[in-house]
Design a protein around this ligand. Structure first.
Ligand SMILES: Nc1nc2c(c(=O)[nH]1)N[C@H]1C(S)=C(S)[C@@H](COP(=O)(O)OP(=O)(O)OC[C@H]3O[C@@H](n4cnc5c(=O)[nH]c(N)nc54)[C@H](O)[C@@H]3O)O[C@H]1N2
Ligand SMILES: Nc1nc2c(c(=O)[nH]1)N[C@H]1C(S)=C(S)[C@@H](COP(=O)(O)OP(=O)(O)OC[C@H]3O[C@@H](n4cnc5c(=O)[nH]c(N)nc54)[C@H](O)[C@@H]3O)O[C@H]1N2
Ligand code: SF4
Ligand SMILES: [Mo]
Length: 684
């Protein structure tokens, strides 16, 4: 028997990349432990993630009807030959743009997939970010011209958490949060619910979902009226202050209170604390504020507060660099081929004006079904999962119309059913991977075990796809080992060195953070200033109806849904520690914690609809329905129902309309659609 070995693997179940000590005997994982303390429930269950019955072990080719789930095992050579034949043929017949290259939540192989898409000549590289982060980033870019700036937590006196339930969604970060409290940093949290995170805040602003913009405008009103804003910064660096001020005048604390449900007193208190107990940093969420049909403008209203109070790019505020960083290649540095129109470009032009890195694919199903703006014939998916999108059955139907669909995944998901070819990827336990860590360090995650079956790492698969089609990319064509070294090149480190130090090494070059970089470098907006009135948005005023100021439009008034029929607001996807979109339902330890889909109701609503805790109920929306078990929670407001998504037993996304989108970003209104609840009639 081999001696037990301990390998250091960076967990890839979510993007927090926690270091795990993996105990391996005879080439098998026997147990796992957090290298730096505990692990979250998902990380602790990683053995069941790796050795899961749903793992795809071999390349599989469809033999039955599309959707039948009937596949036969083929060799990798046959798989690459098929890919090459189909994709080159489709490019020849319909043009390169008719093939979409798609990456799901996993982030690590994205630059390589973008390189493949570019080498093929398609403008249609898209990711799950068509529903995550990009809208928050675009909001920021429309104001400041650069990518979203994180708060400098180490030096902040006040932290405005807008919004995150760190204990559930970012476990490693919850430690930092606790330390802030110990240091006496003042914490303001905005959240419609009471959560583990809000309980410990100095001020909890408990607003109705989707009303963040009104709250931010109300706070701005107080800050301007009470002369608490940074006049010097505003005078020298802000564009559109007058229009903004005129608009903000309407949002008295009383009006903001009426819209949001929070009290005028608390809005005033929070505004004063944030503006005066400086420096103050705002911590943003990748999704909660922007999962609404008014989401991007709401976040613009929030993000403007940093500049208004002089907290932009200063120590303790929201900084271009909050700490020392190490240079590297790839991440965020590969540009998308954009000489041709991409999908989403006509619907969401601001997306493309502000960020060219990927196309907007929320309406992918429509584009396939209608062949508008042009025919889409193939999809190369790495972690393509229909369940994350509104009306997933419609997307599944659209996938059935494609001439060729290949999906690379860890698990045989029900999205794979529609594929012509399914390829086995391996988990982070079965591959090496370069990881940029915090504080300017890099690590190469160790390969703890050999890939299961014939699974391969995603980048190796991408490289072989490129080679099989005879395409060229100067970085990828040199193979995976060289690719890893290419990523590291600017840091002065090599993979060989990092292999000897699995705990990670400090980069040989460190970029030290500077303050107020805009003085030397200017601001990358059209006006060269911080735009409280965005010129990029204003450009589309007549054609698309966008406004440059952070206009607040209430979704309860603008949504075209019969509120008498659907009186409840549906808020989906608040993160739970034992859930991760649709990928961990298959893990016994985790699914046993919550066996049925839960419908969280306020006790007042339960009484109104004659429902009891533990009872089966049906949620219905204008487009679909789902079944679940009622749980009562006073943490939520009455009138709002909370459900988690991605669950085949009861899918929250079946309820969300594919047309219920933020008209600027294209993000679905996952957190403020409408529904009604009914008792589940027992079958006789
Ligand atoms: N209703 C509702 N819907 C939502 C949200 C919500 O809050 N409410 N949130 C949205 C947000 S913010 C996001 S980010 C999306 C996420 O949505 P998805 O991207 O669909 O997320 P996952 O299901 O985690 O992962 C996608 C697929 O990647 C596979 N996968 C995992 N690791 C690897 C790997 O290393 N290689 C390969 N090739 N595949 C892998 C998984 O098995 C899974 O099938 O969901 C969105 N959808
Ligand atoms: N365990 C686990 N962790 C995850 C994920 C997962 O699926 N599971 N997903 C990852 C992904 S893809 C993402 S994008 C991040 C998201 O990470 P977070 O942004 O932290 O997401 P949540 O915890 O869902 O949301 C935080 C809070 O937003 C509140 N909220 C709901 N609607 C609104 C609203 O309209 N306005 C305001 N201000 N607050 C609102 C909810 O009550 C919730 O408590 O989490 C990541 N981490
Ligand atoms: S938070 Fe949990 S799932 Fe995410 S990387 Fe860490 S251990 Fe893995
Ligand atoms: Mo996300």
């Amino acid at each position: 028997m081999d001696k037990p070995e301990v390998k250091k693997v960076l967990c890839g179940i979510c993007s927090s990349s926690c270091s795990i000590d993996v105990y391996v005997e005879d080439g098998k994982i026997t147990s796992v432990e957090g290298s730096n303390g505990g692990l979250c429930a998902k990380g602790a269950a990683s053995k069941q993630y790796v050795y899961n019955k749903d793992r795809i072990l071999y390349p599989m080719k469809r033999i039955g009807e599309k959707g039948s789930g009937q596949f036969e095992r083929i060799t990798w050579e046959e798989a690459f030959a098929l890919i090459s034949e189909k994709l080159l043929d489709i490019r020849e017949k319909y043009g390169a743009r008719s093939t979409v290259f798609y990456a799901g939540y996993p982030k690590w192989y994205r630059p390589a997939l973008l390189r493949l898409s570019n080498a093929y000549g398609s403008p249609n590289f898209c990711t799950e970010s068509s529903t995550c982060f990009q809208s928050a980033n675009m909001a920021w870019k429309s104001i400041y011209g650069n990518d979203i700036c994180s708060p400098d937590m180490q030096n902040a006196k006040t932290v405005l958490l807008w919004t995150s339930n760190l204990y559930h969604s970012n476990t490693p970060m919850s430690q930092t949060y606790q330390n802030l409290q110990k240091k006496g940093v003042k914490i303001i949290v905005v959240d419609p619910r009471k959560t583990a995170t809000t309980c410990e805040a100095d001020i909890h602003l408990r607003i109705m979902p989707g009303t963040d913009g009104a709250l931010a405008l109300g706070m701005a009103h107080v800050i301007i009226e009470e002369n608490l804003y940074d006049k010097e910064f505003v005078e020298n660096y802000v564009y559109g202050f007058k229009e903004y001020c005129d608009y903000v005048k309407e949002f008295t604390p009383e009006k903001a209170a009426e819209i949001t449900g929070e009290s005028p007193e608390k809005i005033i208190q929070a505004a004063r604390l944030y503006a005066t107990n400086s420096p103050a940093g705002i911590m943003f969420s990748a999704c909660t504020v922007v999962h609404h049909i008014n989401g991007m403008q709401n976040y613009r209203a929030v993000q403007i507060l940093a500049a208004l109070t002089g907290n932009y790019d200063v120590k303790g505020g929201n900084r271009v660099m909050a700490g020392p960083a190490a240079p590297c290649n790839e991440f965020g540095k590969v540009k998308r081929y954009d000489k041709e129109e991409a999908i989403g470009e006509k619907d969401f032009p601001v997306w493309f004006d502000l960020s060219c890195d990927e196309a907007q694919c929320t309406r992918l199903a429509d584009y396939i079904m209608t062949e508008d703006p042009y025919p889409i014939k193939a999809l190369v998916g790495f972690g393509f999962n229909r369940r994350m999108w509104p009306q997933p059955d419609y997307l599944q139907e659209a996938m059935g119309k494609l001439e060729f669909f290949v999906n690379v995944d860890l698990f045989m998901s029900d999205s794979c059913d529609m594929a012509d070819l399914v390829l086995p990827a391996c988990t982070s336990f079965e591959r090496e991977e370069v990881n940029p860590l915090r504080g300017g360090k890099f690590a190469v995650s160790q390969k703890a075990i050999e890939p299961l079956g014939e699974a391969k790492n995603d980048i190796e698969i991408i490289i072989q796809m490129l080679r099989s089609m005879g395409l060229h990319d100067e970085v990828l064509e040199n193979g995976y080992e060289n690719y890893m070294n290419y990523i590291l090149e600017p840091s002065g480190l090599t993979v060989e060195e990092l292999r000897l130090h699995p705990e990670g090494l400090l980069s040989k070059k460190i970029i030290e953070p500077e303050e107020k970089t805009y003085i030397k470098q200017g601001l990358q907006t059209p006006s060269g200033k911080v735009e409280f009135c965005s010129q990029v948005l204003e450009k589309y005023r007549d054609t698309y109806g966008y406004k440059g100021i952070p206009e607040y439009i209430d979704f309860r008034e603008s949504a075209k849904v019969d509120r008498k029929e659907y009186p409840l607001i549906l808020n989906t996807g608040s993160r739970k520690p034992h859930r991760f979109h649709s990928r961990v339902y298959r893990i016994p330890w985790l699914s046993n914690l919550e066996k049925e889909p839960l419908i969280e109701l306020h006790p007042d609503d339960a009484e109104r609809y004659c429902l009891k805790e533990g009872e089966a109920a049906i949620l219905k929306s204008p487009v679909g329905e789902m079944q679940g078990i009622v749980v009562l929670s006073k943490n939520n407001y009455p009138g709002i129902v909370h459900v988690y998504h991605g669950n085949a037993k009861g899918e929250a996304n079946d309820l969300i309309s594919k047309d219920y989108l933020d008209p600027i970003s294209g993000f679905p209104g996952y957190k403020s659609y409408f529904c009604k609840i009914e008792k589940c009639k027992r079958e006789e």
